[in-house]
Design a protein around this ligand. Structure first.
Ligand code: MLT
Length: 399
């Protein structure tokens, strides 16, 4: 008889953003005359940079001629795309090798897929609150998850402590959803902890392009020793507006080795290569070509204009909360504003209240973990006029 992976029974019925989409669709169906403003999921609204669009057109043309047509590509990514990632890191002062780079269809897939490489008995340390993919994918695999509290008291950047036990440590900096980022000194403590305890850090840098304060590293590889204990995930989704275009990259340093139970030194880079070549046929040539153009200095310059636009939206939201005396976090080195629900409301109740009374969609903090129960997230990724209108509605509602 067929046996299912019953770990799925331990998951919430729907993924966070699917649940939100259901509720909003139900509301819109029942209230077709109401204009809903969506500041929930962190989905971009600005068109792709000019450099990206030009490259997409060129790559389509390549596919039209037999001498430039491409079929299957290397599963790890074309060298030109990997090279563009190497150069992007170099522009942030970080040296990585072409062989460390794996081009992917985004950080969401890879942060989930990487769990293929780990045995079932690891202790997985996950911040609470955080991006729900880490918890859901490890729950699917039946792993032992330990949460570390991120809260106002520790500035939403929990640190290692005496007696802490962990084999796999997820760090998302700047953090989704709180917007908090780890400083270099703080990350050094995590790297030292991982090296000392033979643990692995899975570092999600999807929001690194929003960092403006120099005390926060863009990459964990800015920290000495990280190449021996960390894998980094990043994506062009937020950097360049690729949420629908899909391209990301994962860095698995060639010097990251782990000793197995029989004493063999296994290269994680070789394992990931084996996994990707078996289960993945690579990102489409057209997309990789556009991604490489996007990561060029000119492309990045154009991305920065969009990032500045989103940041000014975040500022508009933050200014409203400041004026109203609502405690909020993030919005400076992050596109997200994380704030306390008024009058101690629970976050899903506040979600309904905001949707029903202001037709504004946000993300309930509870969807990111129990420490988010009384918090709520709004995103700066919306259209500017819609953001201004949403803020006016919120201003009126929360007298
Ligand atoms: C979010 O809203 O948290 C993100 O857009 C989700 C994602 O990047 O998958």
């Amino acid at each position: 008889m067929l046996q299912l992976n019953e770990n799925y029974m331990k998951l919430k019925q729907s993924y966070l953003f699917s649940e939100i989409a259901h509720r909003v669709n139900d509301y819109s169906a029942a209230n077709p005359d109401k204009k809903v403003i969506r500041l929930g999921i962190g989905d971009v609204t600005r068109p792709l940079p000019k450099k990206t669009i030009e490259a997409l057109h060129q790559a389509v043309t390549h596919m039209a001629y037999s001498d430039s047509f491409k079929g299957y590509g290397p599963e790890q990514g074309y060298d030109f795309a990997r090279e563009s990632v190497v150069n992007y890191y170099k522009s942030n002062g970080v040296t990585i090798d072409l062989k460390d780079v794996f081009i992917s269809d985004g950080a969401k897939s890879d942060t989930g897929n990487i769990t293929d490489l780990f045995g079932p008995d690891n202790i997985v340390l996950i911040p609470d609150p955080v991006y729900p993919v880490y918890m859901d994918t490890n729950t699917m695999n039946g792993r032992n998850i330990v949460f570390m509290d991120a809260n106002k008291e520790n500035g939403f950047t929990p640190m290692p402590y005496d007696g802490l036990k962990a084999d796999i440590i997820y760090i998302c900096s700047p953090n989704n959803p709180t917007g908090a980022a780890y400083t270099r000194d703080q990350l050094k403590e995590w790297v030292d902890f991982a090296l000392k305890n033979k643990a692995l850090i899975l570092f999600d840098a999807a929001y690194e392009c929003f960092i403006e304060d120099k005390i926060y590293p863009h990459s964990i590889y800015e920290i000495e020793g990280a190449r021996k204990c960390a894998i980094e995930f990043c994506s062009l989704s937020k950097t360049a507006g690729f949420t629908g275009t899909r391209c990301g990259y994962t860095i698995v340093p060639t010097d990251l080795t782990v000793t197995t139970s029989d004493g063999t030194d296994m290269s994680m880079n070789a394992m990931w290569t084996r996994r990707q070549t078996t289960k993945f046929n690579g990102v489409p040539y057209i997309i990789q070509y556009a991604a490489a153009a996007t990561l060029s200095p000119e492309g990045i310059e154009q991305c920065r204009e969009n990032i500045a636009y989103y940041k000014s939206n975040a500022r508009i939201i933050a200014d409203c909360f400041k004026k109203k005396g609502i405690t909020y976090f993030g919005g400076i080195n992050s596109p997200y504003i994380w704030f306390e629900c008024p009058d101690g409301m629970e976050s899903w109740d506040f979600f309904d209240y905001l949707l029903n009374n202001a037709q504004v969609v946000g993300t309930p903090g509870a969807g990111f973990g129990k420490n988010g129960n009384n918090f709520f997230r709004l995103t700066g990724f919306g259209d500017k006029d819609a953001t201004i209108e949403a803020v006016e509605r919120i201003d009126k509602l929360l007298k």
